[in-house]
Design a protein around this ligand. Structure first.
Ligand SMILES: CC(C)(COP(=O)(O)OP(=O)(O)OC[C@H]1O[C@@H](n2cnc3c(N)ncnc32)[C@H](O)[C@@H]1OP(=O)(O)O)[C@@H](O)C(=O)NCCC(=O)NCCS
Length: 310
């Protein structure tokens, strides 16, 4: 059979704005954490879904959130494998751009992780004159099995060495034993110090993982923390790792990290861990490549691209 002309193929697809009446058939085309957004697509919610159907069957979805008159963010883009490479993704992105523009957005953004699909997405971004994607972070994936099987003795030795050399005026403590006074002081720092704000330990407190969220005290002052969250029954996200660089060496934060990993390995066998490091956090990016790599199953890059749509 000869190749179907590109234009004809595209014309036979039907693109529609999704609302609560037709959202459910597109559910499996987006990430689990965006499905509630898809189910609540009412006109007063600043979220847009565009679905594609072929002969009545749903085959693709683009989802975006936006601040009216300002900014739009593509949350997900998906085309079923059997209909890829026929211009459907391109058509979805073009329509989404127009819809966001109609709602007054002047800039649109997409964030994504490196995957086997990146060339396809980047092809669309290039054609549609988006900015060249920029790496924004490393996203790392690990498992207790991998840590145990391959490097656990190294981790333990490293930790033992750090703990042995830790001066007596330092102590590690479970984060959930932070005193009210200490909490108030940190809340104040979050408000006044941009660096502490960036590593705010109090976000998503409902999901805080008590097992290995830890603080570090130096001369009775809290000078650092590692804050973890249970993001799935078998997965802990290492969300914030901070030791004030004004007063502390980097090894103090790696101590927190090593201890937190060890607690997970010892107490939660066969579970997973994940964390993200901003690309401009150079010391930590280096630490990931030099020291943590052997413990990780995978390192992926997070990318961001934008387009001005005046
Ligand atoms: C990304 C995705 C939506 C692209 O959909 P699609 O309908 O195949 O895209 P298009 O057919 O419009 O192709 C767009 C461009 O990328 C190119 N392309 C498509 N697949 C490609 C691939 N695997 N490798 C290299 N280039 C590819 C196309 O050739 C086209 O460029 P061209 O016009 O110069 O030929 C689809 O691959 C997908 O659903 N992937 C899984 C979900 C995902 O990763 N989404 C992105 C992050 S949210």
């Amino acid at each position: 059979m000869g190749k179907i002309p590109y234009a004809d193929t595209v014309q036979s697809y039907q693109l529609t704005l999704i609302d609560t009446t037709n959202a459910s058939v597109y559910e499996e085309f987006t990430y689990l954490h965006f499905r509630s957004l898809l189910q609540n697509l009412t006109p007063d919610v600043p979220v847009l879904g565009i679905g594609v159907k072929l002969a009545g069957n749903p085959i693709g979805l683009a989802l975006a959130s936006y601040s009216p008159q300002v900014y739009g963010q593509i949350l997900s883009l998906f085309v079923v494998p059997s209909h890829r490479r026929q211009g459907v993704g391109t058509a979805l992105m073009a329509r989404m751009e127009t819809e966001l523009q109609h709602r007054g957005c002047t800039e649109i953004e997409i964030n994504y992780l490196t995957s086997s699909h990146s060339p396809a997405l980047e092809g669309i971004l290039t054609h549609q004159k988006w900015s060249t994607p920029k790496a924004t972070a490393l996203v790392c994936y690990a498992s207790t099995d991998r840590v145990e099987q391959t490097k656990q003795p190294h981790l333990t030795q490293y930790l033992d060495r750090l703990l042995t050399n830790l001066p007596a005026d330092y102590s590690l403590f479970p984060w959930n034993t932070l005193t009210n006074k200490e909490r108030k002081e940190i809340v104040q720092q979050v408000e006044t110090d941009a660096l502490v704000r960036r590593f705010n330990p109090f976000s998503e407190e409902k999901k805080l993982e008590p097992l290995n969220s830890l603080g570090l005290r130096y001369q009775n002052q809290v000078v650092g923390w590692i804050i973890t969250h249970r993001i799935a029954p078998d997965t802990i996200r290492y969300t914030q790792m901070f030791v004030n660089p004004k007063s502390q060496p980097l090894s103090r934060s790696t101590l927190l990290l090593a201890r937190a990993i060890q607690l997970q390995v010892e107490n939660l066998p066969h579970t997973k861990g994940t964390f993200r490091v901003d690309i401009d956090n150079t010391p930590m990016v280096k630490f990931v490549h030099r020291r943590l790599k052997p413990y990780l199953n995978e390192i992926r890059y997070a990318w961001s691209a934008t387009k001005v749509v005046l």
